[in-house]
Design a protein around this ligand. Structure first.
Ligand code: NAD
Length: 311
């Protein structure tokens, strides 16, 4: 039985990771300060003899024992990470330093949940891992983008300097049950609007595309990454390359919810990318992984979850 520490374990992705790794027979130490995550996300795991929930802020050092560390602590959606941008950078940077320090002391493997946002406003589509990105260092998204970039730097410096076994995954848009209903992301926005019978807001003409990975696929990829040979450090992109226009997504959600919502059009925000799509060639090659859950199947499960919150 492995002892696995998951920071941000009570968040959207962290709660699914905790559940999966617990079901696979591991001992889980779930660490969270409940900034965007909630105890409710892991309520069904509390009481399990091998699940421990610790309220802790990763910007402070933590002394526990673990064989593996998954570092997910960080608010992930713009509304949340821009609410307290200084704390966002601290969480990414001090959090990474504290967790890397712990991994070094324990000689534990450590995985960083990085993001496609490290590519910034990319000039290359889709983005391969070798692309260094185009990121504004002083904008309102920088606390997240640069914080995550600096965390990657720290991971690679600990690897070079201290020979630590590191794994870095760059996560693209992921959706599923336990997403925040009010975090401003398109899937949750559309579902909440459809379930409440409110107008669904489309920016621009809705022809811009996005790719969405269902949470179960993403968790499989993270666990596979952790179990790769020591020379595989990443970064490895994880996401679903299937592209959908915003109009297609909205219509699909209206159909699946049986909603009477209408579509309303608003002007496109100036920084809205036309396209965002992962290049997952490396994940296919190194992890033998590719997403399996089709959009419709994932949406049905996500809608079912949101119904429990809203209806
Ligand atoms: N969901 C996505 O589409 C996506 C995409 C790219 C990257 N990621 C990354 O994956 C990770 C998890 O994202 P998520 O979507 O589950 O978001 P989330 O907000 O649901 O989860 C983040 C968790 O971290 C916790 N947290 C925040 N600051 C903390 C701190 N200082 N100390 C301890 N805990 C803290 C929050 O309370 C929350 O439970 C994040 O690092 C995020 O950057 C997610």
């Amino acid at each position: 039985m492995k002892q696995i520490l998951i920071t941000g374990g009570a968040g959207f992705l962290g709660s699914h990771l905790s559940e999966r790794l617990l079901n696979e027979g591991n001992h889980i130490l779930c660490v969270d300060n409940f900034y965007t995550g909630t105890k409710k996300n892991v309520a069904h795991l509390i009481g399990h003899p091998y699940f421990e929930l610790i309220r802790h802020d990763v910007t402070f050092p933590l002394y526990v024992e673990a064989d593996e560390i998954y570092n997910l602590a960080c608010p992930a959606s713009p509304v949340h990470y821009q609410f307290d941008p200084v704390q966002t950078t601290k969480t990414s940077v001090h959090g990474a330093i504290n967790m890397l320090g712990l991994a070094k002391r324990l000689k534990a493997k450590i995985l960083q949940a990085s993001t496609s946002e490290v590519y910034g406003d990319p000039e290359v589509h889709p983005q391969p891992e070798e692309y260094w990105g185009k990121v504004n260092p002083i904008g309102i998204r920088s606390c997240y983008d640069e914080g995550k970039r600096c965390a990657e730097t720290l991971f690679f410096d600990y690897w070079r300097q201290h020979n630590l076994e590191i794994k870095v995954v760059r996560i693209f848009n992921t959706y599923g049950p336990r997403m925040h209903p009010n975090d401003g992301r398109v899937v949750s926005n559309f579902i909440v609007q459809a379930l409440k019978g409110e107008n669904i807001t489309i920016y621009g003409d809705g022809s811009q595309t996005r790719s969405f990975c269902f949470v179960d696929d993403l968790i499989t990829a993270m666990i596979r990454m952790m179990s790769t040979a020591s020379e595989i450090t990443g970064p490895v992109n994880i996401g679903n390359p299937g592209e959908f226009t915003m109009l297609e997504l909205a219509k699909k959600i209206i159909e699946l919810t049986g909603s009477r919502s209408s579509l309303v059009y608003q002007s496109l925000p100036s920084d809205d990318p036309r396209q965002r799509k992962p290049d997952i060639t490396l994940a296919r090659e190194k992890l033998g992984w590719e997403p399996k859950v089709h959009l419709e199947e994932g949406l049905v499960k996500t809608i079912k979850y949101f119904k429990t919150l809203i209806l």
